[in-house]
Design a protein around this ligand. Structure first.
Ligand code: HDL
Ligand code: ZN
Length: 449
């Protein structure tokens, strides 16, 4: 009798745990996500591939379709490992058309070797979720399908499939192609599906060059950070926050970025203290620091030529401590920085950790980092952003990450349930909403749209 009762209890508990896991997976799969960081644009910024015979713009910023997917800079870097520069020079590759580059990558990374890297697999997940069958390996057929699509309607389709409710752009004001589009048409960003972010890396990475640009753009600044320079640079940031209607401002910083305190004489620390953070505090906007990218270690690979390096979390902690009236998003590129960064977030409520960025946006590291963050931060972080550069990448980047985040949460809710505290479906969905939307909107201080 007792054995039968125990067996019944065990099977009952197993069924309940299975039901709990299913609830978690449904909640994660169904929750719309506000994508915190992408390099995506609406059609108003032009597109080099207009499909169905529409006017294309070779320097357009809206990238989408199979040839852009295949020539993603992650895959360019990977294909040069297989067909080395000694076999195909960088110049010969870059002289190819986009389609020829895509053919080259398809041949060497998909057909002649199995597409098992995360960036390769992502192309296949995307095709599959768009209803195109990867088993057919029919690049010509995929191209024909994309040719028949309308870019604007394709955005709606991709957002629907990927469960992305809003796309946050990266509006790089020091990029001439983008800046001129804003100056020519102040409504260029008026697409409700997209939110603006002001990105100004050179202000902190290369002040002298940035200052020279500001002078050319009508902001009379000097290389020395005198009062006039500070005022004019602040005006520049205010003008562009307004033009872009920025939700936050952002920079990527090199691994050797350091901030040693309010007396730190470094130019980057002085620009931060005197120019950037006062404007953001005045406008009540957060500042996103993405730290650890050493740019163009191999310039021949162009966007694919950047490298990762170990950053300094203590500098981030000092910034959060010295500027308590500012709010900071932060992500780091090195796997080795993730634990210390999560611990720093435990010390500062004005620090919101986000995403598994770029070289740690891989299943094994997303799992490791997300598990560690839940254990240290509970529900108080933003687990992921897509960093998509090609519209269709939203599909695979969110598909893969949702599965991985669900794996972690299923384990964590099971561990809690084992204590007798059984989270309800509403509580689980509430938590997932925080992870995918409300941690961002609350930290931004904007009402959930
Ligand atoms: O600086 C950044 O925002 C990075 O995400 C770079 O754009 C990088 O090239 C990238 O696309 N990573 O995914
Ligand atoms: Zn990015």
């Amino acid at each position: 009798m007792l054995i039968a009762q125990n067996q019944e209890n065990i099977s009952g508990r197993a069924q309940d745990l299975a039901a709990l896991e299913a609830t978690v997976r449904d909640a994660v799969r169904e929750q719309p996500v506000w994508d915190f960081h992408t390099h995506l644009y609406p059609p108003s910024f032009g597109t080099p591939f207009a499909g169905s015979g529409k006017a294309s713009d070779p320097k357009g910023l809206m990238l989408w379709g199979i040839d852009e997917l295949l020539t993603y800079h992650y895959l360019v870097a990977e294909v040069f490992r297989v067909v080395t520069p000694q076999q195909l020079s960088y110049d010969d590759f870059w002289r190819m058309t986009k389609r020829e580059q895509a053919d080259h990558i398809w041949k060497h990374l998909f057909l002649e070797r199995s597409p098992i890297s995360e960036a390769c697999r992502g192309v296949l997940t995307t095709l599959q979720r768009l209803g195109l069958d990867p088993a057919e390996r029919d690049l010509a057929g995929y191209r024909q399908w994309f040719d028949e699509q309308d870019p604007d309607r394709h955005i709606d389709r991709v957002m629907e499939i990927s469960g992305v409710s809003r796309i946050t752009m990266t509006n790089a004001v020091f990029d001439d192609n983008e800046r001129l589009r804003w100056l020519e048409n102040r409504h260029v960003g008026d697409d409700p599906r997209f939110a603006g972010v002001l990105r100004f890396d050179p202000l902190l990475r290369d002040w002298p060059a940035a200052a020279a640009q500001l002078v050319r753009w009508g902001y009379p600044v000097n290389k020395t950070l005198d009062d006039q320079t500070v005022e004019q640079a602040r005006k520049f940031i205010r003008d562009w926050i307004d033009r872009v209607q920025a939700l936050y401002c952002a920079v990527s910083l090199p691994p050797d970025f350091r901030y040693e305190g309010l007396e730190d004489p470094r130019t980057s620390s002085t620009v931060l203290r005197k120019i950037i953070l006062p404007v953001l505090a005045e406008r009540d906007l957060p500042f996103a620091m993405m730290i650890g990218s050493r740019l163009r270690v191999n310039p021949e690979l162009r966007d694919g030529g950047d490298m990762v390096g170990l950053a300094d979390v203590a500098s981030v902690a000092r910034i959060c401590s010295d500027f308590p009236h500012n709010r900071f998003f932060c992500t780091m590129l090195a796997r080795e920085n993730q634990h210390e960064l999560a611990v720093a977030a435990r010390k500062f409520g004005n620090l919101m950790v986000f995403g598994c960025w770029w070289f740690v946006n891989n299943p094994s590291l997303i799992d490791e980092i997300t598990r560690m963050r839940v254990e240290l931060l509970g529900t108080s972080f933003i687990p992921q952003h897509s960093d998509a550069r090609v519209l269709d990448q939203l599909i695979y980047k969110w598909d893969h990450s949702r599965d991985l985040i669900a794996n972690v949460l299923a384990d964590k809710y099971r561990d809690v349930a084992a204590t007798g505290w059984r989270p309800s479906e509403n509580e689980i969905r509430r938590d997932v909403r925080l992870f995918f939307h409300e941690n961002m909107s609350n930290f931004l201080g904007t009402p959930t749209p």
